[in-house]
Design a protein around this ligand. Structure first.
Ligand SMILES: Cc1cc2nc3c(=O)[nH]c(=O)nc-3n(C[C@H](O)[C@H](O)[C@H](O)COP(=O)(O)OP(=O)(O)OC[C@H]3O[C@@H](n4cnc5c(N)ncnc54)[C@H](O)[C@@H]3O)c2cc1C
Length: 356
């Protein structure tokens, strides 16, 4: 067991831990030890589905000392007319460069990647390597900084909240890019941004929206990407913030607030006939909203409890699972009608205070 000392111990090298450390070393001469169980900085972006991008422009993300992206405006695709949005690979590369080109050369920051923070006792904080099992004790002169507070649980790294009859029956969105045989259709489970991204990606790949079945236990409010732009397009953002403030000043209760936010164009619904019941800040362009409305087969029977080979049980009913037959031998373990599990939980410790 080895022992080291530092001013600050930052647990988590995701966006939160990296932004904190960046600001700290810019404004002090503090020494920092960072620890993360992943092998490199970037947090959840290391494990996200490959077609994920930032919801908002790259210019609005990252650490203060280094811009992310090149402030280009996209000329085509679902983000046309808006500032570029980094992919997960770009985000991870960016945080890797912040570490390698700024933090490490400063001589004041060390990252213990592939290490778990196990807690602390009288001798200090214990970090254990996932590779060697060796333990390092860190004596902290100033503060422990918990940058795991809004840690996400992802479909690719966490089990779904429902049971699945057999392995391979449900794919995470990460696995969609591995499909090597056409599917007869897709069932997408989830109401949040990951399921929205998955449906858009399928449609972009040429999947007929009529062959997508979307199990959406509840509907989400979404913000318009046109309203969340920096730099030359900042005017719309200022109007958006002003409209939010005016709506908040006008409404007497949460029930009154959301209709006003909608009237003022602050929030948008996917299905004009269904009032959303939660808001987790999903941002969509109008092009994406139009694409998502093409998926007409939306199942609103509450949450999924069980996925079986021929049926899916939900809180309020059962629907058939059309994985009935295989016209050819199944490709590896990919089902002919893939079911995508898309529920991403962000900051589960906050979930009790969310609008629902
Ligand atoms: C798919 C997806 C898309 C998103 N898109 C956006 C977006 O476009 N814009 C936006 O603003 N936000 C977005 N978010 C929200 C996201 O939560 C934040 O952007 C941000 O990445 C969160 O960073 P974090 O550092 O707080 O958490 P994480 O990225 O979850 O990082 C926490 C880190 O702590 C480490 N850790 C936890 N416990 C321990 C321990 N005991 N020992 C060692 N290490 C530990 C984990 O390994 C992890 O790497 C998105 C979230 C998801 C899941």
């Amino acid at each position: 067991m080895s022992e080291i000392e530092t001013d600050y111990l930052v647990v988590g090298a995701g966006a939160s831990g990296m932004a904190f450390t960046d600001a700290l070393i810019a404004s002090s001469d503090a020494e920092v030890v960072m620890v993360d169980r992943r092998h490199r900085p970037g947090g959840h972006w290391n494990d996200d589905y490959p077609f994920v991008r930032l919801h908002q422009p790259s210019a609005l993300y990252g650490v203060a000392s280094r811009p992310l992206g090149h402030d280009r405006i996209d000329e085509s695709g679902i983000n046309a007319g808006f500032y570029e949005r980094a992919t997960a690979a770009e985000i991870c590369d960016y945080y890797g460069r912040v570490l390698d080109e700024q933090f490490v050369p400063s001589g004041r920051v060390r990252l213990f990647g592939m290490h778990d923070h196990l807690g602390n006792d009288a001798s200090g904080h214990r970090l254990r390597s996932r590779v060697t099992g060796k333990t390092t004790t860190v004596r902290v002169r100033r503060k422990l900084v918990d940058a795991t507070y809004i840690e996400s649980s992802l479909p690719s790294t966490h089990k779904p909240a429902y049971t699945v009859e057999s392995a391979g029956l449900v794919l995470t969105p990460n696995r969609l890019v591995d499909l090597d045989e056409p599917a007869s259709g897709f069932t997408v489970i989830g109401a949040g941004k990951t399921s929205m991204d998955t449906c858009c990606w399928l449609i972009e790949q040429g999947v007929d929206p009529d062959t997508i079945r979307w199990i959406r236990p509840r509907d989400a409010w979404t913000a318009d990407r046109a309203s969340i732009q920096p730099l030359r397009l900042i005017g719309a953002f200022i109007e958006w913030v002003a409209a939010q403030n005016e709506a908040c000043a006008q409404a007497e209760s949460l029930e009154e607030l959301f209709p006003v936010l909608e009237d003022r164009g602050v929030l948008h619904r996917l299905d004009p006939a269904v009032e959303p019941v939660f808001n987790r800040g999903a941002i969509l362009s109008e092009t994406e909203r139009v694409m998502l409305r093409e998926v007409g087969n939306v199942v609103r029977l509450g949450k999924v409890n069980h996925v079986g080979a021929d049926r899916i049980d939900l809180d309020e009913g059962t629907i058939p699972n059309p994985i009935m037959s295989w016209s050819t031998a199944p490709p590896r373990d990919s089902p002919r009608h893939p079911i995508g599990a898309c529920s991403t939980r962000i900051g589960s410790r906050f979930s009790g205070s969310r609008l629902a």
